[in-house]
Design a protein around this ligand. Sequence first.
Ligand code: NAD
Ligand code: WQD
Length: 356
Amino acid sequence: MADLLITGGAGYIGSHACLVLLEAEHRLVVLDNFSNSSPESLQRVQELAGARAETRLRVIEGDIRSAADLERAFGAGPFEAVIHFAGLKSVADSVANPLRYWDGNVVGSQRLLAAMAAHGCKSGVFSSSAAIYGNSEAVPIGETAPVQPINPYGHTKAAVEQLLADVVASGPGWRVACLRYFNAVGAHPSGRIGEAPQQVPCNLFPLLVQVAAGMREQLTVYGADWPTADGTGVRDYIHVLDLAEAHRAALDLLLGEPPQELVLNLGSGVGHSVLEVIQAFEATTGMAVPYGLVDRRPGDSASSVADPSQASQRLGWRTQRDLPTICRDCWSWHQANPQGYGPPSAPKPAPPKRVP
Ligand code: NAD
Ligand code: WQD
């Protein structure tokens, strides 16, 4: 049982990780400014974790860029480790607003690290991203593939990884894990917590479920001429609970071994094309997903698939949930929460169509 500070714990991945960490008996303080989430997610985490976890989750509203907010959070410690999810994550938004992303992701992480150092907390797990690999030529992608991000979001993640490496090298005692997530998808099977984008979604799964639910006419498939088996883009989709479990395993390893820096890809090692995702979704849920093929989306790559063998070796972890499970859980979450955590007051969508 450890005392942990979780930044961004109310968000999509953070909320699932909080649940898994509570189930592993840890005590959590979440620091979140709710810029892309709702306190409701953590109320539901508390419900799912049950009475045994009642006193082990505390929530502080605050910003990782604010020294005063960080002092309040560390005042609720001491913490054995920090798990750092807080950040901004939209690639398109980062192209339009690079300063916001450098401030939220890089300045925020630097201030958090300064507070950790000041409070003698030298262990942390950091949310990095496959975005740092850019258009990697090698697929599957190992951790030694070149770091060559192609957008401001990826630049900020690579910059924070460099900052962490510099901090680890600066003196003894630091224990840091940089976890490079591939495409996080899915939801808790209860349908109580899941991904609740605050803006118009631009990722495949949130759009696909909206099409299946009749909230959008059809899914736009970006490119049918990629050098892949069926011409559509291939990605490594990882269930958010598999990701959450990897955090628990990384934390156990960091706290149980001598100080070190771990850099690990988190993915399934299996790629699926957009058309395969549509087919799996239709077969699993029975719902139709009409789609139209258009030109490639700027900035996309043909294929992004993890080589997860390092994570498997170091953490004794591998993904447990396949594409049909991902589709089923996404659909259950969406059906129960068509407006995410928001009020159920939006206009009723057109009736969805079942697969004929
Ligand atoms: P999310 O937006 O759902 O969660 C981020 C949380 O951080 C939100 O609750 C938000 O309110 C909070 N936050 C943002 N800025 C903050 C600040 N300055 N101070 C305090 N809280 C702040 O995103 P997510 O999908 O859960 O992603 C979590 C982390 O994982 C992010 O760092 C993201 O870049 C990274 N990541 C996500 C994916 C993915 O596919 N979702 C893939 C790779 C990496
Ligand atoms: C997946 C596939 C699209 C939407 C992004 C970030 C990455 C990471 C995860 C945080 C691609 C295709 C999509 C649509 C489509 N985030 N697609 N129609 O671009 O792989 O990764 O999210 O770190 O950094 O870049 O995810 O879900 O947008 O796309 O055909 O309407 O689906 O072309 O092949 P992506 P995605």
